[in-house]
Ligand binder design. Structure first.
Ligand SMILES: Cc1cc2nc3c(=O)[nH]c(=O)nc-3n(C[C@H](O)[C@H](O)[C@H](O)COP(=O)(O)O)c2cc1C
Length: 180
């Protein structure tokens, strides 16, 4: 798919068919996401891929703060990716001090770039995805036994789209830019 077309036609997909997602295609997508830029090439984004329906259901029922909207998305996805990051690297100097006044915010900055790269690669491969921020990351960390050196940034539901979501209103370049 042409790049600009891929960027503009990617939508958050919240309904999926039952078609399973293969490990091969997930590896392809994660390999593409690994090419995202990162703070001093620190590459701290991690992808915890869950295909086990029982684990997906446990996360949906126990780690969505009772928010039915996200619970139902997770219950209906064949693959749930919990995105995490390796802490204390991105934004830091070797002596453990912060490089800039933004402190460790660069961790989330890099995670966002990686998540968008992941989402575009998924779309390019014919898969739909939605990034979910309203999740109980402490509970998910327990369920997936996340290493202490990582923290969860988001959950991404992945699957073959059931239907074509409409594009929500987007601002124009004029709305969001100024030339100085
Ligand atoms: C950081 C972040 C958190 C989000 N959290 C949720 C969420 O918890 N549930 C959900 O349904 N969508 C969530 N979304 C998806 C947005 O609602 C969606 O990107 C936005 O409405 C624009 O639609 P589009 O992705 O189709 O362009 C999130 C997106 C981002 C980037």
């Amino acid at each position: 798919m042409e790049l600009i077309e891929c960027i503009k036609t990617r939508r958050s997909v919240r309904k999926f068919t039952d078609k399973p997602v293969s490990k091969e295609i997930m590896t392809e997508i994660i390999s593409a996401a690994a090419f995202a830029p990162s703070w001093k090439n620190s590459q701290t984004a991690r992808w915890n891929v869950i295909m086990d329906k029982a684990v997906i259901e446990k996360i949906a029922m126990e780690a969505t703060f009772g928010l039915e909207h996200n619970r139902d998305i997770i219950l209906g996805c064949p693959c749930l990716v919990v995105q995490s990051l390796v802490t204390k690297r991105c934004g830091y100097e070797r002596d453990g001090s912060f490089t800039t006044s933004k402190g460790d915010s660069w961790e989330m900055y890099d995670s966002g770039i990686a998540a968008q790269t992941f989402s575009l690669a998924a779309h390019n491969a014919g898969l739909g995805s939605v990034i979910m921020g309203i999740i109980d990351d402490k509970k998910i960390a327990e369920i997936i036994d996340l290493p202490d050196t990582e923290r969860i940034t988001a959950a991404i539901a992945v699957g073959y789209p059931d239907g074509e979501p409409q594009c929500p209103p987007k601002k124009t370049a004029e709305d969001i830019s100024r030339y100085i």
